[in-house]
Design a protein around this ligand. Structure first.
Ligand code: CP3
Length: 343
């Protein structure tokens, strides 16, 4: 069944639970490492044929139920006026981090159909390549997660500068988050126009906020993104990690499918969200590094907690780790499909 992923997003009946993986394209795959020996990450993202190849590698090898566009969350920063690089072993580095109201007021809105044209072209090519196959997921970053890179200058764990800006100059924060929301809403719409059949909004780090701050500083902006894409007719996945305490608020902000990481059992997370929404998750990616019996036991546990209810998309709670053996990823796909087969 080629549409089991889209059907599950809409909480319709499926023949088997659909499964795909965040970071299913990446360094754990030898064919991806071979591509990366020839090209930088940003070259892969900005060259449609290469982005197509990186997207299709895991689809060919794993038998997953969805393809996710190969791109990066940070691409919209550069045309806004926030250039960055990827430095080997260190992840993204923002060349001139955004720290003040004046920095924020110098940023600009842009036309994704021009400035991110290669990404949209990759989507068009992928739809042709995937014809008769699995659906294609487009994605973008949510304002908090994008702003955290722009402000901190790279990856962060405490988000101290981001929170300092929020608390110290709320008006400037809201201008930044509002600009990001407008850009991301437009970019996601452009991805659907190009052919994306589902969308995922990554708010990977928003779990760093308490619920009151989430409601004040984030929720209105995320809600604006969902409002912008609502008319596009494709399901939208709302993803975060460490968000057990935010699930009800995230649900209010929007999304047809809400991401659950591994910190809460799937049934408890779903209970907090209510039955009227689908869920995606929630296996700990670290389990894929370890012994097979424990991995399989925990796959079964996730499926048991989902209980065959319509609206479960199997995934990890976060991305596949680079050290993951490919056989373990394959074993998860097979186990999910076998164990969830509906007679
Ligand atoms: O297969 C897929 O999931 C699609 C491709 C994809 C990439 N980045 C390619 C990539 C997706 C969906 C992303 C999203 C992304 N990028 C997020 C949100 C997802 C999440 O993990 O929460 C974030 C925070 C980023 C920013 C980013 N990109 C960081 C922090 C890093 C460095 C960390 C690391 O893993 O090395 C990247 C690099 C990056 N983006 C890689 C890939 C495959 C690493 C591999 C490489 O350097 O080739």
């Amino acid at each position: 069944m080629k549409d089991r992923f889209l059907r599950a997003c809409r909480r319709e009946a499926v023949d088997r639970t659909p499964v795909w993986f965040m970071r299913q394209a990446g360094r754990y795959l030898p064919e991806y490492r071979a591509l990366r020996r020839e090209h930088t990450l940003l070259t892969l993202c900005r060259t449609p044929d290469l982005a197509v190849e990186a997207t299709l590698q895991p689809v060919r090898r794993l038998g997953v139920d969805a393809a996710i566009l190969f791109s990066d969350l940070l691409l919209p920063l550069e045309p806004m006026g926030i250039p960055f690089e990827f430095q080997a072993g260190e992840g993204p580095v923002i060349l001139k981090p955004v720290r003040t109201a004046a920095d924020i007021d110098a940023l600009r809105r842009f036309e994704p159909r021009e400035d991110l044209a290669p990404v949209l072209q990759a989507i068009r090519l992928l739809r042709r390549e995937l014809e008769g196959g699995v659906p294609l997921i487009g994605f973008a970053g949510a304002p908090f997660t994008l702003a955290s890179y722009a402000i901190e200058g790279g990856h962060s764990t405490a988000f101290a500068l981001t929170k300092a800006l929020m608390y110290g100059d709320p008006a400037a924060w809201h201008r930044l988050a509002g600009l990001l929301a407008a850009i991301v809403g437009d970019y996601l719409r452009a991805q659907v126009e190009a052919g994306a059949q589902a969308l995922q909004l990554f708010d990977s780090w928003v779990g760093a906020l308490d619920e009151a701050d989430y409601r004040e500083f984030v929720l209105p902006h995320v809600r604006a993104i969902f409002a912008a894409v609502r008319g596009s007719g494709v399901p939208v996945i709302h993803f975060g990690t460490g968000t057990g305490h935010l699930l009800a608020a995230q649900r209010e902000a929007g999304g047809d499918v809400i991401g659950l990481d591994w910190r809460l059992p799937l049934d408890e997370g779903w209970r907090r969200l209510g039955d009227a929404v689908a869920v995606q998750g929630n296996l700990d990616p670290t389990l894929l590094l370890g012994p097979r019996p424990r991995l399989i036991e925990r796959v079964d546990d996730v499926l048991r907690r989902a209980g065959g209810r319509p609206g479960h998309v199997f995934n990890l709670g976060h991305g596949v780790l680079p050290a993951t053996p490919v056989e373990n990823v394959l074993a998860v796909v097979e186990r999910v499909h076998d164990q969830s087969a509906r007679g």
